[in-house]
Every structure is written in C-alpha cells, then in structure tokens.
Design a protein around this ligand. Structure first.
Ligand SMILES: [Zn+2]
Length: 348
C-alpha cells in the first residue's frame, strides 16, 4: 500500500522510542472535567466570558463539548494541562464529535475545520507548558470519534436494510476532520470508541487519504469498545475479529476503551495482547456507570486494575475514559511505573 511508503511525520520516531522505553500514559476524560465546570448555554456559546462562536446558529449549544475549544479555549487548555501534569504523555484533543455528521445536530457543520484546529492548538499549548516545567516530552493525539450514526446497522428495526449514513459520507466527514487535525499540528491520530468496524474502516481510509495529501504519515491508534458482556462490539465482532479487520492499516496501537470498565475489559485485552503484532492500548471507564450515569471507581481502584494489566504484560499504553480524572491518571502512572511495557509478538 502506497501509504506505507510515505515518510513518517517528525515526531513519529520519538513516540515510538518512548513506547519502547516504558508504558505510555494517555489522559483521562475530557467530558467528566467539562461537566465539573457547570457551564450554561451562554458559556457554551461564548456569550458570557470566553470567545463568541464565529459560526452563529439558533440551535442550543449546551452539551456541545467540542465547541468549547473555540468558545472557552482557556478552560480546555487548563484541563489538558492538568492531565499532562498528572503524568499523561499523550493528550487527546477535544474533538470526539468534531465531524460534520456529529455537529449537524448543533447546526455547526460549517465550524468543523475551526473546531479541530482550535482543539489541537489548545492541547499543544497545554503540553508545551507542561514540558517547559519538567522537560518531559508530550504528544497530542487528534481524537476521532465514531459519530452518532453507523454504516453497518439499521437504526430502524422495521427496515433492516436502511442505513443512516454511507461509507462514503463517513469517509468524507472523517477526511475533513483528519486533514484539519493534521493542519492544526496533531502528532497522532486516535480513532476511538469504535462500535462499528465499518465506521472505523472509513476513518482508516480517510487517514490514508489525508496522509497522502499531507505527504507524511502519522502514527494511528485504533481503539474499539466492547458493548456487551459476551465481549463483542456493537456490530458483533470478537476482539480477535476486530484486530483482523484493522491490521491491514498497520496501526501504531490497537486496543479498547470506554464501555464496561477495567474488570470487564481485562479478558478482551488479554485476547488482543496475545495476537496483535503491534502496541496495545487500554483506557477503560472508571467502572460501570451508576443509576445516574456517573462513574464511581476512585483513582486507586482503577489504577490497581491498570497495574494488574501492566504486571500481566498486556499493555503498552494506558489511560482513562469516562469518569477518569487527573487523579486517576496520576495513580495509574504510579501503578505502571515498575512494569516493563508488553512485548510485541514477533519483535525482540
Ligand atoms: Zn468512555
């Protein structure tokens, strides 16, 4: 595939070297930290403090967390900085829903390029500040979410052939997002919370196209989510099948995030770890959500389980998803500090 003949991006080798030396830390949940700020509609839209949204719309914006990269950039930068100082080597941009497909609900499809560029810059400012303090290199991963539509399943039980979105729609939307993440200066691309492999394939395809246009390739991290207790993605794949459906992309890492928490994730991470000829990455939620949709696992509890993943040699990269805070990341960094990174099968 031509993509693999492209030269690597400037920071690719530095990230690879870091992952060879030790277990690499991702950050925790942006959404959880934003929730704590208790922002209202005016704050989201940038009407009270912050920066007024340059893409006016009449639709309510409260809950559109990605918009805050534009309207409350200092708050987003501050969250990234907290995670970076807690030990995150890689911070994820606030762009989980920064595609035309996901922003359509908010009437902000036209803002997508600005959202992605602003998000990368906020993350970059934060990691540069942290590195200036302690000298540790840090990297920015451009986060690409699954969108709220799926290409391989019908949302209508009475019409199983119906698709809310096509592969080409997704590929175009992801392509626009990924090009903007690269233009903003992202070091990696992280395709995350994959519940539908066809969506992920569209994102991977879009990465290849964007790298070809850019003339360089970035490390690509791929992270699925197991949505039921039998250990399958929403589109029905086992972890092994999931790996085989994306390994052609030669991802920098493969793994799991979100979903049912670390305890439920462990056997599936063990399965992936046993077969994947690349780095593995796990960033679970802080346990199962309670009746109010909140996550109860404290930093020590989540970190103990991540420490167990590390001791068992299952992981190269770890971090947190929903409900995890800078305290969770700090505790995880301590829990994995004494453990060597997983050995990739077939590598020395
Ligand atoms: Zn999550």
């Amino acid at each position: 595939m031509k993509t693999f003949r492209l030269p690597r991006s400037d920071t690719f080798a530095a990230i690879e070297t870091l992952a060879r030396q030790r277990i690499v830390l991702l950050d925790g949940a942006m959404g959880t930290m934003i929730q704590r700020l208790g922002l209202d509609e005016d704050a989201y839209a940038g009407r009270s403090g912050g920066v007024a949204c340059p893409h006016p719309t009449d639709l309510p914006q409260k809950g559109n967390n990605d918009l805050l990269s534009l309207t409350q950039p200092d708050a987003i930068e501050a969250i990234h900085f907290e995670f970076a100082m807690a030990g995150a080597d890689i911070v994820e941009t606030n762009t989980f829903s920064s595609t035309t497909i996901a922003q359509a609900d908010y009437g902000l499809g036209a803002a997508v390029e600005d959202l992605n560029v602003a998000a990368v810059r906020a993350a970059r400012r934060a990691v540069d500040r942290a590195t200036a303090i302690d000298g540790r290199p840090r990297f920015v991963a451009g986060a690409v979410g699954p969108t709220n539509r799926t290409a391989s399943l019908s949302p209508d039980v009475n019409d199983p052939g119906f698709r809310a979105v096509s592969f080409d729609d997704l590929r175009a939307a992801y392509g626009q997002q990924i090009a903007a993440l690269i233009a903003g200066g992202a070091d990696l691309i992280l395709i995350e919370t994959i519940f539908d492999t066809l969506n992920a394939k569209a994102a991977i395809f879009a990465c290849f196209e964007a790298f070809a246009a850019h003339g360089r390739r970035l490390p690509v991290m791929i992270s699925g989510t197991i949505t039921d207790a039998s250990g399958r993605t929403l589109s029905g794949q086992t972890p092994t099948a999931f790996w085989h459906s994306v390994r052609h992309a030669r991802p920098f890492s493969i793994g799991l995030n979100c979903a049912l928490g670390a305890a439920a994730m462990r056997p599936h991470m063990a399965e992936i770890s046993g077969i994947a000829e690349t780095l593995t990455c796990a960033y679970p939620n802080a346990g199962l959500p309670n009746a109010f949709g909140q996550y109860d696992e404290g930093p020590d509890e989540t970190a103990a389980q991540i420490g167990d993943f590390a001791q068992a040699g299952l992981v190269n990269i770890v971090g947190g998803c929903c409900g995890t805070t800078p305290d969770h990341i700090r505790a995880m960094a301590e829990a994995v500090a004494g453990h060597a990174p997983r050995k990739v099968p077939g590598h020395d």
